[in-house]
Design a protein around this ligand. Structure first.
Ligand code: C5P
Length: 396
């Protein structure tokens, strides 16, 4: 059973945090609660203390146990922190590094996963600054459970209602258990560019860094999967617990992948060259005086993703669609043409994301019509989110 910290901020939905605490205690978890000053306007520490049977924290400077510094100790003790409800104010402070109360100090000193369940008036929720701050925090790895539409305390019937207690409890338990959710499963990942030789010293390639595929391989391995990473030439170190097969050309990558079609999930992030020189010159091609132009004849390479899509039964096949225009149209088309279960699409005409950059912004399109959109975030965090989403959809 887990150690769970519940942070409560000043919104009317604070009363629901009492119910959540009770449900978690009944499920056998240990709970410690931290309230902000504004939360105290809605709920009392005694209510949480009686249910959690633990001391409730409200003040950074009220140290009751001299053997510890509470705002550090709470995060060390926790397996997970859940802020429910979280207000626009607390989201804004956290996104901007302002830590002026006990809960914010706990979060500042924390290294464990944090789930946020926002609750606020619809217009507050739609405020550009609030959206911006949520995106910032998501990019830093904070999990957000989107607010629901329904009756709001302010009288509106609109979006802003905190997610319900069973949903928050399920999210907590999912996150606590995802750690080993791929134990016993085999995950195949292709990553990086390929090199198609023209002669012994020249080749055709592209700008792919391999970062997205490596992040995905790492996220899958940390959830207990046996991971085979078939990688083109990149400047990255292999994640731990991953079997890396280094390849150069598309044909090499194809041969390596064919040896692992028994994987449960195949994620094809590699930026594979679609064409390769029809003949590779045995010796260095010479610059001749009388030729101003040179034509290199190219032939098609095998489509690895398409092959996997049509030569495996059990494999959950995930492709990537990096496009510069008509992104959605091409991505949706790829789902069908490649017989894939999911396509992760991104617009690589935006220089801040995609190929060779540290960040990416993607939408996952699933065969059953489900879509999952992610804001711009670093590829490491996105790798985790993609794996979490795949595990969820695949189990469903
Ligand atoms: O058809 P297109 O190259 O645009 O599709 C991109 C997706 O297909 C990526 O997932 C890429 O890894 C995969 N692919 C492949 N083998 C190829 C070409 C692309 O696996 N020869």
């Amino acid at each position: 059973m887990a150690n769970i910290v519940i942070g409560v901020t000043g919104g009317i939905a604070a009363y629901k945090a009492i119910d959540l605490t009770s449900k978690l205690i009944q499920a056998g978890h240990a709970v410690r609660v931290v309230l902000t000053g504004n939360a105290l306007e809605f709920v009392t520490p005694l209510a949480f203390q009686a249910i959690s049977r633990n001391h409730v924290y409200t003040d950074t400077f009220k140290e009751e146990d001299p053997s510890v510094i509470s705002h550090i100790n709470i995060g060390e003790w926790a397996d997970i922190i859940v802020v429910t409800p979280v207000t626009a104010n607390t989201i804004g402070k956290l996104a901007n590094g302002i830590y002026d109360n006990m809960l914010l100090n706990v979060l500042a000193a924390n290294t464990k996963p944090v789930i946020m369940a926002p609750a606020m008036n619809v217009h507050m929720y739609n405020q550009p600054a609030v959206s911006r701050n949520i995106q910032t925090l998501m990019g830093e790895g904070y999990h957000f459970i989107d607010a629901e539409s329904g009756f709001l305390a302010c009288g509106y019937n609109a979006k802003g209602r905190m997610a319900n207690v069973p949903e928050i409890k399920a999210y907590i338990e999912d996150l606590l258990s995802t750690d080993r959710s791929l134990a016993g499963k085999k995950v195949l990942v292709t990553a990086g560019p390929t090199r198609e030789s023209i002669d012994p010293i020249r080749y055709l390639t592209n700008h792919s860094s391999g970062k997205m595929g490596y992040a995905i391989a790492e996220a899958a391995a940390s959830r207990g999967a046996e991971v085979v990473l078939v990688s083109g030439p990149v400047n990255l170190t292999s994640p731990g617990n991953v079997e890396r097969i280094s390849v150069e050309s598309t044909q090499d990558m194809f041969e390596a992948v064919k040896g692992h079609l028994d994987a449960d999930i195949g994620i094809f992030t590699a930026a594979v060259s679609d064409f390769t020189p029809a003949t590779v010159h045995g010796s260095k091609m010479k610059k001749t005086q009388d030729n101003d132009e040179l034509t290199i004849e190219l032939k098609k390479t095998p489509d690895i993703l398409k092959y996997a899509g049509s030569h495996t039964d059990g494999m959950f096949v995930v492709g990537f669609a990096a496009e510069t225009d008509n992104v959605r149209e091409y991505a949706a088309g790829k789902l069908e043409k490649k017989n894939a279960d999911c396509i992760v699409m991104n617009d690589v005409s935006n220089k801040e994301i995609g190929m060779n950059s540290d960040d990416n912004e993607v939408t996952m399109l699933f065969k059953d019509g489900h879509e999952q959109q992610f804001p711009k975030m670093d590829k490491q965090t996105l790798g985790i989110q993609i794996i979490e989403t795949l595990v969820k959809r695949w189990n469903a």
